[in-house]
Design a protein around this ligand. Sequence first.
Ligand code: PBG
Length: 329
Amino acid sequence: MTASFPTTRLRRNRRHNWSRRLVRENTLTPDDLIWPLFVCAGRDLAEPVASMPGVERLSADRVARAAGEAKSLGIPAIALFPQTPPEKKDEDGTEATNPDNLVCRAIRAAKEAHPDIGVICDAALDPFTSHGHDGVIRDGYVANDESVEVLCRQSVVQAAAGCDVIAPSDMMDGRVGAIRAALDAEGFEQVRIMSYAAKYASGFYGPFRDAVGSSTALKGDKKTYQMDPANGDEALREVELDIAEGADMVMVKPGLPYLDIVRRVKDRFGVPTYAYQVSGEYSMLRGAVDRGWLDGDRVILEALTSFKRAGADGVLTYFALDAARRLGE
Ligand code: PBG
């Protein structure tokens, strides 16, 4: 209960920097950041991603170096996304289960150089399929159960390479439980699962698909497996199922346009909850900052803090390094 004006003047606490700090409800620290990195073939390479200014695809050796930078700034984990050479893609995404594929080589390079940084990898087939979908296609439909079998093998191969967290991003039904069982059966019971539990069929993934080279391949859209942006209650059902199947952490994606979902998930389940500030969100902010339309010193940390305010325990963000530097200043 608050006394009314003029007894109460909420501006009193806002008057000085020290009192603003004293009443601050949420704080962003480097501990809250996960840095997604794109991996390309080759050695000592860093190629710019055209639709994501400031973001580069890195060869595995450079990924190891980037992991070191992240670690030195206090960022707990990186997430790796491979740009599979087109000649290695096929209808069934078989390259996903090759223990020597690009992402596995990058995992090994990062973990050998920096064993104490967390490495997160997607379980999904889109970087590996010639059609750009997250699963295998049978009779014109992304086949759920058969895709899940491949995802299980992909997860085991990545865990064997040293991946700490498997992040199923495919939105197949039942994949979290199946992946948990497959990991356990191979002795990887310590490998965590961060599920992309509420992942929407969003237009904000456009630049990511350029970065991993799946946009030119993708035929159609992902609406038969990713969620309808109009739905909120359904997100809670997705999250509930994933928790029941053994997810250690859950994620909502995209981020800023779905903060209501982050809040509802955190309030309902109270589990470690993450938001993915996706490629399109990055490019919108970066583009406006680069043109001088927005002030980067303000909007980057402001947007990231909003995830904390909405209840997220952490954020996957392409601004991770930039944000960690700003936080350290
Ligand atoms: C793959 C995947 C996507 C993203 C993360 N994992 C794209 C998609 O589902 O089409 C998007 C990340 C981003 O836009 O930054 N399933």
